[in-house]
Design a protein around this ligand. Structure first.
Ligand SMILES: [Zn+2]
Length: 327
């Protein structure tokens, strides 16, 4: 039986809207045996993570909007360029009030972020110490408001010294919770280390896209059948679509094992180290920061676009969103 992704997405939205944390939603799904989707990681994940739930919550595809991305690989370095959004590309599975309500909660430290498991991560170590950079002048961004009662902010060190940059403060807790919520996704986005790996990942990206569209198509056909529109033509299309999907799954599996076989030992070791520390309760903040520094040379706090731009030492960069642009 084909799992109904739309239903899973709707359940996740309803739970988050009721104030249930993303970590808890992932737990409930794991316990209920809900099949995982929403990640194109190196090794197909078997379990839901809070980061997958987060990515569903901010994915405009659920309200019908498609944002095509162009993947470019230059010397094995990947860059992803978002293109013009296409409204109404997918059938909307989440209504506008639900979407808006959830955006208000998940972006910028709403109820779910505060109830999340990282709520108590109030230690004093800045997880991005030595890494955070100003988007305008590339100087360090450091913490101000170190007292317990005031929200801590990241500010460009050049601006603090009145040396000519813009004084713009960014909420540190918001940045930190985005980082911790999306850390597994970020780690899965580690750069390709060879042309061979880049080619495999490019193929995997396109197989995953075609699979998503094919599953969507299948879902519509099944709905048609449920509504009694079961003509021989529909049945025939159902058969061919299921066969296509089966074929795509085979291709995906083959690509993933080829990817896993590509030699990438040192980078894998460093990625696993961050991932292990991230799972620790309570979080060892010092170790986490040190391990991040082993992977990234800088993290640009691009407050104009609402993104954290992680620059991999191994080449290339990955962006995670921490708030809507120009908030
Ligand atoms: Zn600056």
């Amino acid at each position: 039986m084909i799992p109904d992704r739309a239903e899973t997405v709707q359940r996740a939205f309803q739970m988050v809207l009721r104030g249930i944390g993303q970590h808890r939603v992932a737990e409930v799904f794991n316990r209920g045996g809900v099949p995982v989707f929403g990640s194109s990681s190196r090794k197909a994940p078997k379990h839901w993570h809070a980061s997958f739930i987060f990515r569903l919550m901010v994915n405009p595809a659920v309200v019908g909007v498609f944002i095509p991305h162009r993947n470019d690989y230059v010397n094995g370095k990947k860059t992803r360029t978002p293109m013009e959004p296409v409204q109404g590309y997918f059938p909307a599975i989440i209504d506008a009030p639900t979407w808006d309500g959830v955006q208000a909660l998940v972006m910028g430290g709403g109820v779910s972020a505060k109830r999340g498991r990282h709520a108590k991560a109030s230690g004093l170590v800045n997880l991005l110490a030595g890494l955070a950079r100003c988007p305008l002048c590339v100087s360090s961004m450091t913490l101000v408001n170190k007292g317990a009662k005031v929200e801590r902010k990241l500010v460009c060190s050049k601006a603090r010294a009145a040396a000519g940059c813009k004084y713009k403060s960014v909420s540190y807790p918001t940045v930190e919770s985005a980082l911790l919520n999306q850390i597994y996704w970020l780690l899965n986005d580690a750069p390709a280390q060879s042309e061979e790996e880049a080619r495999i990942r490019r193929e995997l990206d396109s197989v995953d896209t075609v699979m998503d569209l094919t599953s969507e198509h299948l879902r519509h056909l099944l709905e048609a059948v449920e509504q009694g529109l079961s003509t021989p033509a529909v049945q025939e299309r159902l058969r061919t679509t299921e066969a296509q999907l089966e074929d795509l799954r085979g291709q995906e599996k083959a690509l993933r094992s080829r990817w896993a076989a590509v030699d990438n030992t040192l980078l894998d070791y460093k990625v696993n180290r961050v991932s292990d520390i991230a799972r620790g309760q309570p979080l060892d903040r010092q170790a986490f920061n040190a391990a991040l520094r082993g992977l990234f040379q800088a993290v640009v706090i691009d407050y104009q676009r609402g993104e954290l731009v992680f620059q991999w030492i191994a080449g290339g960069q990955s962006e995670i969103m921490y708030q809507w642009p120009n908030e």
